[in-house]
Design a protein around this ligand. Structure first.
Ligand code: AGP
Length: 611
């Protein structure tokens, strides 16, 4: 889950690649490097952030109009100058950057060592560049031919971009599993892991598919498959603005994206919820309505925060559609050889649309004939293209590693799906249908009301920033929000936090409670209210510090809790859309109070494109 950028054209390549890598740093930021081609190929690579490369003041940074760059999230070999990309082949002819994992690199390396190859790094990537050299040398192949042959022997995921000595006017790229976008300019081309480094230069892009190879010069793009058949590139128009990927005056992308939510939820509802005429339009569902109304079972597959969105929607879909739902961790589902029956519908939830475990889990399910419906944020991403149908969440680019606005947009799409299917199945009455549409239409405004309390939430955050452990508790629709709140705090503040169904406490975790443990309850007014009041009393009885997310008109819990964070009244089914916001802000403000890099938390990356 690295970030790669490349440029070929008439402009200076170095500043374009450097800026592009900074935009992709959320994909991995433990080491980085750039290779430029002028008279010859020269490389600068360092452990650490992309900014480290700014020291490179060689003449070539002024003259080269071709180059490749990489920002890394280590998989094979710890972060170091030697393990940083680009990597060059033993004969010095080939230099490449790689995003992905070569799973059979050890056996390939053994073959090469027996042939006298030596290695400066511990990376799978250096094995790949030398393997391509070996194939090329032995068969007197062009680089393109050698890559086609070599990649047929490679097991794993990759995007590679290769420069070859003697060919200053050409880049060759290939893709399988990891994302690659090509930006089409006038007499220049841009390559990157996603569109954010490209958007300020061109909106015309090509999404490269699996097993495709691209030969790129400044004036031409030739796309081929590994079978050497030429493919007509499909140029798409990007629907993203540069401003969307800037901080917009906020200190961090995470805070900007939390405050984006009224707008991102409005965008998510736009063209779908016509509350005036009480019509809900979801093209991906409308075109396949019978598949959903006749579904025997729905299996939701996802990871991390997207998995939590899946858990909330299990409650919503079962309640409104009376279809049994199972929520699966993609990383387990892909290896468990799950039972997939006809009539099963698989819903994949993913912000990036590139999460490797989710992608492979879907491939497995698709091989068994399941219908795949994608709920994805990144337009044109692999999961979107692998799905039979889907619904984009339209939350806009999410740069902060911690997912926030994508989560609420996912919940909104899944709620709309359930309301629509429920009405069609007549498991939801027309009056209920209309009531939920009216509630949904009010959500963006209610989110704004929660955001307006950010200063009060910041005070609570500063009060608990020194805690070493945290418990998050919820019931019903709010139970997954407790899991999500705990995940956000872990990601952003490195404080050990756990989420639990509140009633589970008595079965063990309550042993953790004492006067040092903050316990955050998601306790908005719902069918479980009385139950959660007694759970709060159990914690208070053991001197636990109680923070509660409550409905604005709550008086009882307000009198019991040490601190409260309030949200407007809302139907319990949509409560997670509001009750999660205070937990997002709490995590953010605790991370800032602890002086941590909230946009690039340690050990994490935005899109997990390796398993
Ligand atoms: C959430 O804040 C994390 N970034 C992570 O758990 C994320 O949700 C998970 O990796 C899934 O990513 P996806 O939605 O892009 O598939």
């Amino acid at each position: 889950m690295c970030g790669i950028v490349a440029y070929i054209g008439s402009q200076k390549a170095y500043p374009i690649i450097l800026k592009g890598l900074k935009r992709l740093e959320y994909r991995g930021y433990d080491s980085s490097g750039i290779a430029l081609y002028s008279e010859q190929i020269e490389t600068c690579k360092r452990k650490g952030r992309v900014a480290e490369l700014e020291v490179w003041d060689e003449k070539i940074t002024e003259t080269a109009t071709v180059g490749i760059g990489h920002t890394r999230w280590a998989t094979h070999g710890e972060p170091s100058d030697a393990n940083a990309h680009p990597h060059t082949s033993n004969n010095g002819q080939l230099t490449l950057v790689h995003n992905g994992i070569i799973e059979n690199y050890a056996s390939l390396k053994q073959e090469l060592v027996q042939k006298g190859y030596t290695f400066k790094s511990e990376t799978d990537t250096e094995v790949l560049v030398n393997f391509i050299e070996e194939i090329q040398k032995n068969n007197d192949y062009t680089l393109e031919e050698a890559m086609r042959v070599a990649l047929k022997r490679v097991v794993g995921a990759y995007v590679i971009i290769v420069m070859e000595n003697g060919f200053p006017d050409r880049l060759v790229a290939a893709r399988k599993g990891s994302p690659l976008v090509i930006g089409v300019g006038e007499g220049e081309h841009f390559l990157a892991s996603d569109a954010s480094p490209i958007i300020e230069y061109t909106k015309k892009v090509i999404y490269v598919n699996d097993y495709e190879l691209a030969i790129i010069t400044q004036d031409e793009i030739i796309l081929k498959n590994l079978g050497n058949e030429t493919i007509t590139p499909y140029i798409q128009q990007l629907d993203m603005e540069l401003a969307q990927i800037e901080k917009g005056g906020f200190d961090h992308f995470m805070l900007k994206e939390i405050f984006d939510q009224p707008a991102s939820l409005t965008d998510c509802l736009r063209g779908r919820l016509d509350s005036e005429n009480q019509i809900l339009t979801l093209a991906g569902i409308d075109q396949h309505l019978s598949i959903f109304t006749e579904a025997k079972r729905i299996v939701i597959v996802a990871c991390g925060t997207s998995w939590h969105a899946g858990l909330v929607s299990e409650y919503i879909i079962e309640a409104l559609c009376r279809i049994p739902v199972e929520v699966e961790y993609a990383s387990e589902f892909r290896y468990r050889n799950p039972v997939i029956n006809s009539g099963d519908v698989i819903i994949a939830i993913s912000q990036s649309g590139e999460t490797a475990d989710t992608l492979v889990a879907l491939e497995r399910a698709k091989e068994q004939g399941a219908f795949i419906f994608g709920v994805v944020n990144a337009v044109g991403s692999s999961i979107a293209r692998l799905s039979h149908a889907g619904a984009y969440t339209h939350a806009g680019p999410e740069i902060g590693v911690a997912s926030t606005k994508a989560f609420t947009a996912q919940l909104t799409v899944l709620a709309m799906m359930a309301i629509k299917i429920g009405l069609e199945k007549k498991t939801l009455s027309m009056s209920e249908y209309k009531r939920y549409l009216a509630e949904l239409a009010l959500i963006p405004e209610k989110v704004k009301t929660v955001l307006d309390t950010h200063e009060a939430i910041q005070k609570v955050a500063i009060h608990y920033a020194a805690a070493r452990d945290f418990l998050f508790l919820g019931r019903g629709y709010n139970f997954p929000v407790a899991l999500e709140g705990a995940l956000k705090l872990k990601e952003i503040s490195y404080i050990h936090a756990e989420g639990y169904p509140a009633a589970e406490m008595k079965h063990g975790p309550i042993a953790l409670v004492d006067e040092h443990l903050p316990v955050l309850f998601i306790a908005t007014k719902d069918a479980y209210y009385e139950k959660i009041v007694s759970n709060i009393q159990e914690i208070k009885a053991r001197k636990g510090k109680v923070i509660a997310v409550v409905s604005a008109d709550d008086t009882l819990i307000r009198s019991m809790a040490d601190h409260v964070m309030e949200v407007p009244e809302v139907d319990e089914l949509l409560a997670p859309l509001l009750s999660v916001i205070p937990t997002q802000l709490l995590s953010y403000y605790i991370g800032v109070e602890l002086g941590l890099d909230v946009d690039k938390p340690r050990n994490l990356a935005k899109s997990v494109t390796v398993e």
